[in-house]
Design a protein around this ligand. Structure first.
Ligand code: AMP
Ligand code: MG
Length: 404
């Protein structure tokens, strides 16, 4: 074993260093079918008003409100997609269906259940209000309105708005291409058999889920052994057409930990150790060609917590997200959270509603090998370094992973 020569960087400072070295990726025009989940790169402004014409909100009769109380001749019909060509003169009405254009001359719609029909004569109520039961042009949105802002993720409402104004393609940011690699000579591909001293490679699958959720386009590589030459070959190959390399394992100070020295030869290592628990050996490097490399620690919880703190915000920056960080909410601690003297600790918690408050319960042993401490966790509570810790009953801001 040798002592690490990398300075221990404050966790918040390390997060800044990562973001400072991360570039927003280019944009591309994408058909709507491939847009869900993508991040919009240019504002969508309405090229038209909606509805474009006055349309009926109900099934009934389009009439002039001045004809209230009269018996009117039904001159025709306006159905969705089949407008009535004529105009409504005094003493006449048009049968109208939901979504049908309100014909010229008419200024309101009477509901079917409010009229009396005899032959082609319809008797309307004694009091009618102009504008009743119809959507005026521009009631939903007006030409020139800002519909979706650049930096927003395209979800159901955003995609629906784009389609409603006739946009078949949108300008979105490219997804980061991420090469994902597990390193460690003890690792066995899931599906194989583990011998003495071997374990299944779980990090690649855990990180695949985390990466996909963060919007990455993931390329899974083979397991790299703890041997310098094959590791270098695999890493160089993986970096080929990737924007980002994410490795797990091989970054602590044991003699088999080869990722840091390899990254030193390929680019510049900006972070080699962080005052973070779990995740002290987190490593970050830039590689020529505008690529970034994240060397995540091997312990399963350490790799996922450092992913949350460093990798996810960086991937979001690359995609042009307006919001890089997880949302936070105030929670009430239901336990004493002990602190680590020199490192910020991320304690995994579940949340339960307690009246108008959210109560936080520890997920149990916070060992960095115990993935069960993350399974079902709703939030991460940041425990500042020192000897104080956080007392049961205190209110803190928690990073929300998912809500109960
Ligand atoms: P390392 O960072 O390589 O020293 O690994 C720290 C611990 O994490 C060791 O117990 C490893 O066996 C374990 N580990 C490393 N990589 C993985 C992986 N891909 N899946 C599961 N556990 C791993
Ligand atoms: Mg290892």
């Amino acid at each position: 074993m040798r002592a690490s020569t990398y300075p221990l960087i404050d966790a918040a400072e390390a997060a800044h260093v990562v973001l400072d070295h991360t570039q927003v990726l280019g944009v591309e025009r994408v058909e709507l079918v491939d847009c869900p989940g993508r991040v919009l790169a240019a504002d969508i402004k309405a090229p038209m008003s909606l509805p474009a014409d006055p349309v009926s909100a109900v099934d009934g009769y389009a009439v002039r409100s001045a004809d209230a109380g009269r018996s009117l001749r039904v001159a025709g019909e306006s159905a969705a997609g089949h407008p009535f060509d004529g105009s409504i003169a005094a003493g006449t009405a048009a049968r109208i269906l939901t979504g049908g254009v309100v014909p010229d001359g008419a200024d309101c719609v009477v509901m079917l259940e409010d009229v009396r029909l005899e032959g082609d004569q319809v008797t309307v109520p004694a009091s009618l209000r102009a504008g009743a039961n119809l959507h005026k042009p521009g009631a939903d949105l007006r030409e020139g309105d800002l519909l979706v802002r650049a930096g927003a993720q395209l979800g159901p409402a955003e995609l629906g708005l784009a389609a409603a104004v006739g946009m078949a393609e949108l300008t979105v940011h490219r997804r980061p291409r991420v090469a994902l690699m597990s390193t460690g000579s003890e690792l066995v591909e899931v599906g194989g058999t583990v011998g003495r001293g071997q374990i299944f490679d779980s990090n690649r699958w855990a990180l695949l889920a985390a990466l996909r959720d963060a919007g990455a386009d993931v390329n899974l590589t083979a397991i790299a052994p703890d041997r310098a030459d094959p590791l270098r070959d695999l890493v160089e190959q993986a970096l080929g057409d990737a924007d980002v390399l994410v490795t797990s394992g091989g970054v602590s100070v044991g003699t088999h930990d080869l990722v840091k020295p390899l990254l030193e030869t390929l680019g510049t290592v900006h972070i080699g150790r962080v005052k973070l628990k779990p995740g002290k050996p987190f490593t970050f490097a830039t590689v020529p060609g505008s690529k970034v490399a994240f060397g995540l620690p091997g312990f399963p919880v350490s790799s996922l917590v450092t992913f949350e703190v460093f990798v996810r915000p960086a991937l979001r920056k690359m995609q042009g997200f307006a919001q890089l960080q997880r949302p936070t909410l105030p929670v009430r601690l239901g336990f004493d959270a002990t602190a680590t003297a020199d490192r910020t600790e991320y304690h995994r918690v579940t949340l339960t509603r307690d009246g108008v408050e959210l109560g936080a319960t520890s997920t149990g042993s916070q060992s960095s090998s115990r993935l069960m401490s993350l399974a079902g966790a709703h939030a991460l509570v940041r425990v500042p370094p020192g000897d104080q810790g956080l007392r049961r009953g205190s209110g803190v801001e928690a990073l929300i992973l998912s809500l109960p």
